[in-house]
Design a protein around this ligand. Sequence first.
Ligand code: NAD
Ligand code: TDX
Length: 335
Amino acid sequence: MTIIVTGGAGFIGSNFIFYQLKEHPDDRIICLDKLTYAGNLSTLQCVMHHPQFRFVKADICDRKAVGKLFEEEKPDIVVNFAAESHVDRSIEDPEVFLQTNIIGTEVLMDACRQYGSVRFHQVSTDEVYGDLPLDRPDLLFSEETPIHTSSPYSSSKAGADLLVLAYYRTYDLPVTISRCSNNYGPYQFPEKLIPLMIVNALADKPLPVYGKGLNVRDWLYVEDHCRAIDLMIRQGKVGEIYHVGGHHEMANIEIVKLICQELGKPESLITFVTDRKGHDLRYAIDPTKICQELGWVPETQFADGIRKTIRWYLENRSWWEEIISGEYRNEDEKR
Ligand code: NAD
Ligand code: TDX
């Protein structure tokens, strides 16, 4: 099988590529990535010369480039990770989010239609449902919860999801959608909560916690997400939405304190800063459907996953130091 993985130079996409090459050595993986600020070729260094792997630098919104790649590779499946993914950036400058996350998804699905009903998997997010109250721990998002977004980011992801379902209904395109909770693990860009707190703590810099730090996120180790997507693209039912989450809710402040403790850093580094505009209070995913229908269960407990993640950032300093210095962009520009 030939699988095009878009956004594979980013956090989850790269972990998915490693997972595929390990678990399905006969499949060919093509990574299509624009290498925005969030994409980093050094992440893919270890697979660059793998005989079953090819990297192509292109924008998913570039219809010509996407068409050319489909002509060359005749993919069986497209897994779309490519997106602008950071909520804070979407609040500052929404436009590129609409362009990449909505138009880019449309361009990819048009190519899937044109080149013989290629299977399309959209990697979406629990953020499309907006938030849950903090005082109702009994409430979880189900696949039937109405879409009700809060940020330009989540609105663009919801827009793309609706378009994916429309392509299924209107054109019979074989699609699936996954909506996952917050991921953590190796290669996450240090603008997101967990890696930002790790790298700041290591440099004894302030740890900026929004508001009172009481907002709750539901954390899943990235490899568990990758295994879920692998199951969906091979065994998932076309036209369906699947939730992915491991029932691990934590308030932000608890995470930051835990990171301080693991790194032996003082909690006095924690600095409460102005809250994010429209900040979602709580996310919590009900993954019953994927567990029952596809037999997926999360394998990594949070206590193990967070230790593995912290160890990875300690052992791979050059990866994130080059991001912080901006050096990684110079290397990618040479391509
Ligand atoms: P990321 O920001 O780390 O990576 C995004 C990748 O997409 C980068 O390599 C970037 O270069 C590439 N990209 C951006 N615009 C592009 C374009 N126009 N054309 C081609 N490539 C482009 O993101 P991530 O955290 O790995 O998230 C991947 C996907 O998973 C996203 O769709 C996101 O919405 C979704 N998601 C993320 C999380 C999470 O916790 N990180 C949770 C649920 C869902
Ligand atoms: O400096 C910070 N301080 C802080 O308190 C940052 C960067 C974040 N936060 C808070 C905001 C959130 O409540 O931490 C929580 C997590 O923030 P992010 O890491 O920015 O993630 P979030 O906004 O929850 O979105 C993530 O999960 C869902 C991904 O970035 C999305 O792509 C995914 O869809």
